[in-house]
Design a protein around this ligand. Structure first.
Ligand SMILES: NC(=O)C1=CN([C@@H]2O[C@H](COP(=O)(O)OP(=O)(O)OC[C@H]3O[C@@H](n4cnc5c(N)ncnc54)[C@H](O)[C@@H]3O)[C@@H](O)[C@H]2O)C=CC1
Ligand SMILES: CC(C)CC(=O)C(=O)O
Ligand SMILES: [Mg+2]
Length: 348
């Protein structure tokens, strides 16, 4: 029986994870679930954001359903003890170097998009974000110089094998879609981006049927709102992908709509909404659980090979959105749990 690790985390993490688990239980009755504390909740329970028992469960599991981590109460702790280190640590420890972040507009959500309806309807893309390198994992430091100035640094670094493997995931993703890949970098300024571009071009020779283009990240941020329909698959580094995917979410209606899959070289993966712990709405039943529910669909597809189950969840979400179900981020008044209820009903 496949084991699913449930790591709800902080803020709205537990609220949205609960709904995603209910949907998974309904669609795939043969799953075993085991829950563990992570992030601020991990620190409170065991003195560390990624307690050994949580990491052990993650390693034993076939797939992980993750909520979100982060809480201002822990911001003054040493970096290693802050909640966000838990998700970075899990990605690194489990070798989950590729993050698939699909962004598409569900029919009926045009009014929630930040774009004009005729432009909003054209967004249907996948951001393939590198997940275990870049400034998040480079050398870091703070110091005070002799003349009393405070300095900080985070090193941006990529090695060619790291770029090649994420490029292969992105080319393969484009192959399975419309065959267009746009690599986004800042090669006019950054050495890492020049290496990135060189390696992506080398890997392109393995995928002659995919049309490759390149774009600077500042232009890409603009093009994403001007004409998102021009993108099929985007491949980019950890930092740029983090930022561009939050931006893409508002083109598709809300950050509460975008799921993600963190995958590596095997079938194990970590599935989470792209959003964070949203402390401003935590505990109020206002969080949109659809990104977490759709992450559950990605879990079935990528880790368990259950395409039918994944498609069933996605169809149910499409049905409730078309029927007018709306949490506050989408302009409605539905609670987190009620949204979970209507998705469960739509599965039937
Ligand atoms: N993977 C993770 O665990 C992530 C953790 N974080 C952490 O989360 C905490 C809060 O970060 P923020 O920058 O505020 O980003 P956030 O994504 O948590 O929230 C940004 C805005 O979007 C709204 N929002 C987010 N998810 C929503 C949902 N499902 N339904 C409705 N509205 C939603 C929030 O209410 C807030 O106004 C920080 O500690 C941050 O480090 C941030 C991003 C990812
Ligand atoms: C802790 C952050 C790196 C998480 C984040 O913002 C993300 O993965 O989208
Ligand atoms: Mg982010």
């Amino acid at each position: 029986m496949p084991l699913i690790a449930i790591l709800p985390g902080d803020g709205i993490g537990p609220e949205v994870c609960r709904e995603a688990q209910r949907v998974l239980e309904a669609v795939a009755p043969g799953l075993a679930f085991e829950e563990a504390a992570v992030g601020g909740a991990g620190y409170d329970a065991a003195g560390h954001p990624l307690p050994p028992a949580t990491l052990d469960l993650a390693k034993r599991s076939d797939a992980i359903l993750f909520g979100a981590v982060g809480d201002a109460r822990y911001d003054r702790l040493d970096r290693a003890l802050r909640p966000e280190q838990a998700i970075l640590g899990l990605r690194k420890e489990l070798g989950l170097f590729a993050n698939l972040r699909p962004a598409k507009l569900f029919a009926g959500l045009e009014d929630a998009s930040a774009l004009r309806p005729e432009i909003a309807r054209t967004i249907d893309l996948v951001i393939v974000r590198e997940l275990t390198g870049d400034v998040y994992f480079g050398a870091k430091g703070r110091r005070t110089t002799e003349d009393g100035r405070r300095e900080g640094h985070d090193v941006m670094a990529y090695a060619e094998d790291e770029v090649a493997r994420i490029a292969r995931v992105a080319f393969a993703t484009a192959q399975g879609r419309n065959g267009r890949l746009c690599s986004i970098d800042k090669a006019n300024v950054l050495e890492t981006s020049q290496l990135w571009r060189d390696v992506v071009i080398e890997v392109a020779a393995e995928f002659p049927e995919v049309e490759l283009s390149h774009m600077y990240v500042d232009n890409a941020a603009m093009q994403l709102v001007r004409d998102p329909g021009q993108f099929d698959v985007i491949v980019t580094g950890n930092l740029f992908g983090d930022i561009l995917s939050d931006q893409a979410s508002m083109c598709a209606g809300s950050i509460g709509m975008l799921p993600s899959a963190a995958i590596g070289s095997g079938t194990q993966g970590l599935y989470e909404p792209i959003h964070g712990s949203a402390p401003d709405i935590a505990g109020q039943g206002k969080a949109n659980p659809l990104a977490a529910i759709l992450s559950g669909a990605m879990l079935l597809r990528h880790s368990l090979g259950d395409e039918a189950g994944a498609a069933r969840i996605e169809a149910a979400v499409a049905r409730v959105i078309a029927g007018g179900a709306r949490t506050p981020d989408l302009g409605g008044t539905m609670t987190t749990a009620t949204m979970g209820d209507v998705v469960l009903k739509a599965l039937a």
